[in-house]
Ligand binder design. Structure first.
Ligand code: SF4
Length: 120
């Protein structure tokens, strides 16, 4: 079994090849210029994750949508539900950059935090 991936860990974007004989064997990764590529490929093949960025409605007069992001990469299987939850919310100002909006999303240990301050 062979899979092709592009490493997104840095702007170089190495083209990676992952090979294994069967489902019980570990993936062998090639094409990476540094160890981060192997880590990325193995994570992507077994437990793909992404940092999520979005906006939420607010009662601010100057920033009616406030930017938020996850505190780390979230398993992809939780992303759609999280976005639906965020798009249905309206938050009240003031908020501070780094302040937690949603804690421990789906018991992953990942929070949703505000990406900027907003006071009015
Ligand atoms: S393998 Fe290393 S050099 Fe290549 S894209 Fe990934 S992080 Fe960048």
């Amino acid at each position: 079994m062979e899979k092709k991936l592009i490493c997104i860990s840095c702007p170089i974007g190495c083209h990676l090849t992952a090979v294994r004989e069967n489902d019980s064997e570990p993936w062998e990764i090639s094409g990476n210029r540094c160890p981060r590529g192997e880590l990325y490929a193995k994570s992507e093949l077994t437990d793909p994750r992404r940092v999520v960025t979005a906006t939420v409605r607010s009662n601010s007069t100057i920033m009616p949508r406030l930017p938020v992001r996850t505190s780390g990469p979230l398993p992809k299987r939780h992303i759609d539900a999280l976005l639906n939850q965020l798009y249905a919310m309206e938050v009240e100002i003031p908020v501070k950059r780094g302040e937690i909006l949603l804690a421990n999303v789906e018991n992953t240990g990942i929070d949703v935090i505000f990406s900027s301050d907003c006071n009015n």
